[in-house]
Each structure stands twice: as C-alpha cells, then as structure tokens.
Design a protein around this ligand. Sequence first.
Ligand SMILES: Cc1ncc(COP(=O)(O)O)c(C=O)c1O
Length: 369
Amino acid sequence: MKEQFILPDSTYLLSHSVGRPLHSAKQHFSDAFFAPWEQGKTEPWQQWLGGVDAFTQQLATLFNSEAKLFCPQVNLSSALTKLVHAHPRLNKAKCKVLMSEQDFPSMGFALQKSLAERSEFVFIPASVDVCDANVWERYLTPEIDLVFISQVYSNSGKQAPSADIIGLAKRQGVLSLVDVAQAAGIIDIDLSHLQPDFMIGSSVKWLCGGPGAAYLWVNEQQLGLCEPKDVGWFSHQNPFEFDIHHFAYHDSALRFWGGTPSVEPYILAAHSIAWFNEFGVDKVREHNLALQQALIDAHPQFVVSPIAAHERSGTVIVHAGDKQEALMAQLQAHNISADQRHLGARISFHIYNDMDDVERLNSLLQRLV
Ligand SMILES: Cc1ncc(COP(=O)(O)O)c(C=O)c1O
C-alpha cells in the first residue's frame, strides 16, 4: 500500500494533520486541469466544473447522501460563518449554542463572530467525558438553538456519540451540526442514517485530498430555509441569466457557492476520495484499529485516549508522564513524525502505515519503561 502514496523517509504518523497524497494525483491533476488547455480548448470551464461535480458526487458516495446537498467550501470556519448568516434560527437576535470546550477553537471563533451579539454559548467543560451520551442529555435543553458536535476531538482522540446526540436534539427541537474534519475517511459516517441538520468537513486529513477542499452538507429539510448572504453568480439558480435585477437561489446546496469558484483543490480531492471510496473506509478503519491495538496492548499505561474501540478515533494519544519530553525527543531522533498537544503525543496510523511502524514506536516506548 505504501507505494501508492507520496511518503517521506520518516515513519509518518500525522494523518490527523495532513494525509499523504496519492502518486496518481499528479497525473490526474494534469489530465483534469491542464489537459483542456493543452488540447487547444479555448474554454476549460466545462471540464473544470465537471471536476467539482466529481467532488460532490464522491462526497455523496462517501457519506451515503446526495450530491446536491453538498456545497464546496474553502474551509470549515468559512462554511460555518456562511451557514450562520443564512439560517433564520441561527441569524436571529439571540441564538443559543451548545458546544464543547474541546471543539477545535476555530469553530468557536467563527461562531462567536458570526452569531448576533446577544447570542449565548453553553460550553460542556473540557473535564467532562464527551463520549458519554448522558452528559449531552444533561446539557441539551429545549432553549438551545444549535448543538455543535465534533465527531472526533482533535486533541483527545475521543469520538462523540453523534447518533445519540442528534436523536436527543431532534426530540428537543434543537438543530444539530456535525464537524467531521477529523473523521472523514477514517470513521464511517452514514448521513442517511445519522440525519443531522448540517455537516461540515474537509479533505486534507484522512482523505489525503489536500487543503482547500472543504464542504458544507445541508439536510434537505433545512435547505429551503437557508438564504446565504455571501452569494455570487454561482449561487444563482441560473448563473448565466445575467440580469442584475433578478437573483434566485439555486435549488441545491450550491446556493452557498458564491462567485467564480476555485476548482483546483476539488479536482485533487475528488481523485483521492474516489480512491478511498473504491478501497473502502471500513477497511482503512479496520487496519487503523489493528495497529492501534498493537500499541495499546504493548503500552496501555501510556495511552490516555479511549481504550474501547467504539470510543476511539483514528488517533491514539500517548503520554509518558515525566518522560514525555524524552519521548518527543526520541521520536524526532528516530525519524518518527508525530506531534503533541496538551494531553500528549498524537499518533495516527493510516493505510500507508504498517506493523513495522508500530514496532518502531513500541520499542521507543519500551526504552522509557
Ligand atoms: C475538529 C476540527 N475541526 C475543524 C478543523 C479545521 O477547521 P478549518 O477548516 O476552518 O481550518 C480542524 C483542524 O485540524 C479540526 O481538527
């Protein structure tokens, strides 16, 4: 498997940050982006937009939904801002949002700046276990307008019980949004089953699709209510109408698209997502869990992320107590690429990692015992 991806000389365990690209991405990009010019076409837009179409089609396959409910976005923060400005329950004078102190900070920043001034935040404290559905039940009261759920928390390696939370939210009449930045490509997300109101995600991590190819998914039941403010001719039902006095929102989630779109990140990401759709995210996950297990079995005392497989994300968090600094230095000295947050080192095994990588890591940990 390693030979299909562009990998460094080191043992690469940073897929929670940036997934490694496929070698075939270079040829694909050349065929989809440059070939229309090289073939003497005067107008490459048709092929380019076909590349963006492929992106939303591949997302529909990956998340078991419909392409028309996805809109390409630059990043999650921007998608969130656009959504808040568009939805009547989110852009009202006083909106109340439930989220966790463990959510990615950028999500909090985007919400704090885009919601109306008198809006209110309820934060589930970082000390509370976000894997426990009972915790969410305690906080999810009917006055909440939106519950923000990170499917995977980037620093703790934990997964939220999103199906339970969304079920609770529906019973309380609360809107739900799932952030799948750390889940897409490693955790199976089935939107037809999960049915949140909104989902935001990207392609840069486990999907190995590069930066700039994020997406906003809007449940069909919410789509008609959304009136984005950040629009352009590609948000129009008929972009080529060219009547400055008439604007009609696109029927699909593309109403969130805006002006002349970028195409390159989506052309690249579509290729990578197609690879994972073909290979199977379930197989990637199975491999990831098996490698994690070999680490957990060898050094359970160093693992501070969940042990139960269903609570684990793609990332294991390792903390070696007072030897943590020594561990980070050893990782660097032995060419093992991992990073560190306040809870410990983040270790992510992707399909291009193997048991040799785990053994290399385990032998370093053994020396610290
Ligand atoms: C859980 C989570 N959400 C969101 C993001 C990124 O958001 P944005 O695309 O706005 O940079 C990250 C990045 O690491 C993340 O881990």
